[in-house]
Design a protein around this ligand. Sequence first.
Ligand code: HXC
Length: 515
Amino acid sequence: MSLKRKILELQKKREQVLQGGGEKAVEKQVAMGKMTARERIITLLDENSFHEYDMFIEHEARDFGMATKVLHGDGVIIGTGTIFGAPICIYAQDFTVAGGSLGLMHARKITKIMDHAMKMRVPIIGINDSGGARIQEGVNSLAGYGEIFYRNTTASGVIPQISVILGPCAGGAVYSPALTDFVFVVDKISKMFITGPEVIKTVLGEEISMEALGGARVHSEITGNAHFFAESEIECFDQIKKLITYIPWNNSKKAQKYEVKEPKVDQYKIDEIVPGNPKEPYDVRDVVRAITDDSDFFEIQQLWAANMVIGFGRMDGQTVGFVCNQPLVLAGVLDCDSSDKAARFIRYCDAFNIPIVTLVDLPGYLPGADQEHAGVIRHGAKILYAYSEATVPKITVILRKAYGGGYIAMNSRHLNADFVFAWPGAEIAVMGPEGAANIIFRKEIMGADDPDKVRKQKVKEYKEKFANPYVAAAKGYVDSVIEPEETRKLLLHAIEGSQNKVDNKPYKKHGIPPF
Ligand code: HXC
């Protein structure tokens, strides 16, 4: 056979694979408002940058009628490409081929591209659209998932791992994403559950829709399993592209530096954002936007545990991770979910050489039986652990309240912060003045002819004595009490001066964080 004919044969073989699960299955996919796996890859990556591997993989399953089934690409597409020029490894499960279910060869393709990403030290993106372990392949599919989970764990903190959920994902198809750094979901399209509604009906006799069980909103607002919520696949891909600009290719690099831009928001009016009355709410994101380059802020997990705000911005052109109490929601208290949210993000920034700026304004940990029984001791400890363990530059600005355990937890000097600044209105104390006066002056208040008058007097005394930043500044716990308009200038100085920070911890195999 001449080479020309062999080339024609190759082209024909390629054409066949490109059909995925066939016309009908593709029509069904499109009718659900979903792109095909190949369209997704092409849309996400830079134009003409995608190169596919293992296109002609064939499954080896023989049971349950599988011997005669042709599954193109075994239901998954793998390859390499770029996003804004940054190299990327990628896989996308093809739901039109056996529901994107994962058999042995399907898993081999995924582990191959994961290994390649690790060898080349570049990010891996997984587009998941799969019914989970391929039932017909039994333990071979389970083995496949196990090998993916193992690699997810090995790669954790070495290369960025991004998961995109673009279909009904069950079983292993959700556990691998759960081990990765960022999970993206799309309204009405993404579903995540360990077992689908059919199994739930069989086992528990309960009826529930896929959307109510594990839709995009459920995971963005209730469970916290998803980090980014989008209205459409296109919006989701734009979010991924934006994320890629903030993170480094691997843990030995820093994120790309961009041109320095002054904030669009007037940084000299930053004091007007934060009300003087410590009980009045405001949106801490406005403070972030008054100090970041171009007033840019890329928020993560926006819809979950909203009393804590986390995300990326840039200062001096460099990526910075922001961890902020949000006085707009529950007065910015720390609770189980907000502690989990902050702790994981702090560990991400630390793993990938991203300095952390912490903005503090909180009344402390949320009291109550609900939180105690939900394990606020264990969850709250995560944030203490994460800050203490982190060795990237850690800078704190106390904007207003910093009470009790909340003061310690939010990157206080005692957890080895590098810089702690406080605005002049900061109140640093064991608890708020009202609560404190009621406890320490209880006898005097109760015994007084006019308890209300004495209570007010004692609250005033307490405020004057403790509810300010100067007691902490006098002990060196606060490095500098600053004017609000100096915040960006001092943060830029602190970040620049921390470029070569060294913080060697004692050798250990690993710590035992309160997972
Ligand atoms: C083999 C599967 C499959 C699977 C779907 N298909 N899931 N084939 N193994 N796990 C096939 C279907 O038979 C069908 O094939 C095609 O994919 C499309 O599926 P539909 O059911 O028609 O689609 P839909 O109605 O949209 O429902 C999607 C679904 C449902 C919710 C994902 O298919 C489902 O519940 N699947 C099983 C999910 C599950 O329980 N997986 C857990 C696996 S255990 P045809 O030929 O008819 O088009 C697991 C262990 C991991 O993953 C361990 C983790 C620790």
